[in-house]
Design a protein around this ligand. Sequence first.
Ligand code: KG4
Ligand code: ZN
Length: 389
Amino acid sequence: MKLLSIETSCDETAVSILSCEGDQHEAHFRVLGNALLSQIDLHREYGGVFPMLAKREHAKNLVPVLAASLAEAGLSTEKSIELSSEDKLSEILSREPGLFDALRAFLSTHSVPDIDAISVTHGPGLEPALWVGVNFAKALSLAWEKPLIGVNHMEGHLLSALAEKNEDGFSITNVELPILGLLISGGHTELDGMKEWLSYELVGQTRDDAVGEAYDKVARMLGLPYPGGPEVSKLAEEVRTRALEQPFKLPRPMIRDPHCDFSFSGLKTAALYVIKARPELSDEDKQLLALEFEDAVAEVLFAKTSRALLETQAKTLVLGGGVSANTNIRRVFTKRIREGHPEVSLRIPEFMFTTDNAIMIGIAGYYRALQGMYVNPETLVADGNLSLS
Ligand code: KG4
Ligand code: ZN
């Protein structure tokens, strides 16, 4: 099937078109079209993502991104079309007036593309940003008479992390269930078990800050730009292989507690105390503090994941979300899974799937389509707190 997918949960406006084949055990994806506009430079000026600014940008960018993706896929034919459902479209997009005008102009000049369904992220994320994508998808579903699929953004991270690149696109093969997913991003830190495809149970989660949030806050304390994760990582890597004495000691919160939950706010505060106690941090001090922070994060993440592997008896461990791009976390997990859980197959996402995009939404959308999990466009809602389980 050909699936058009839309992602607007945070600061990327993205539309992909995938050709999908196979079943859950062996799925193949070819990318026919993939367009993305990032707002990151805009948000960087403010040191974080502002929901209303993100919403405005998505509304401005969605039609051009859709047009680019369809054109790349060769599915765009210019033709004058009589719009039959204009009133309904205007109702769906009543809260996004600029978007309505742009979409009406596009729809009335382009024929209906040869696609089978539309999937869209409907949570979790920034609710105003999610709504733009959801309303846009509903409008397309109505105008083109295509079925609609609602996708959980974290499910997109999890399933796309199983996909391996090949010369033709991506494939998901040889995955043994149960799966355990460690999902680590700017808004989430959670361990999810999956005994059957798309059926999740929450095994552990953060009780306060998400790990990406802790990275971003520590970066800000060190005077580094947003998003801070890659910056902190860069600093730490500069000194990791030098045998310098570590003057800083940060806590490993909850590491020995008999559960799979996390806490990162204490770690962040401990880093703040170190910085306050030494206002004149040298460049090397900053590198060493970043190193200690990274070590604490990776140790806690691994200890809790290891416990969850035993609890769930998972055969496959998947890392997903923005923080799974982190070099040290990838290294620690690769080494320690091999040593401590040699029976577990570790799946680390291709780098392109660690940042938000619409291909990952298409992959999850296809898995939902395989189970017939279509939604009623009248009732689909955006939910900033949508959970997997
Ligand atoms: O999944 P994502 O793109 O957006 C959310 O859904 O939150 O994750 C973004 C988060 C940010 O906190 C960013 O600092 C962090 O992922 N991040 C990293 C790295 N790359 C991105 N954290 C640590 N190391 C990295 N290399
Ligand atoms: Zn994400």
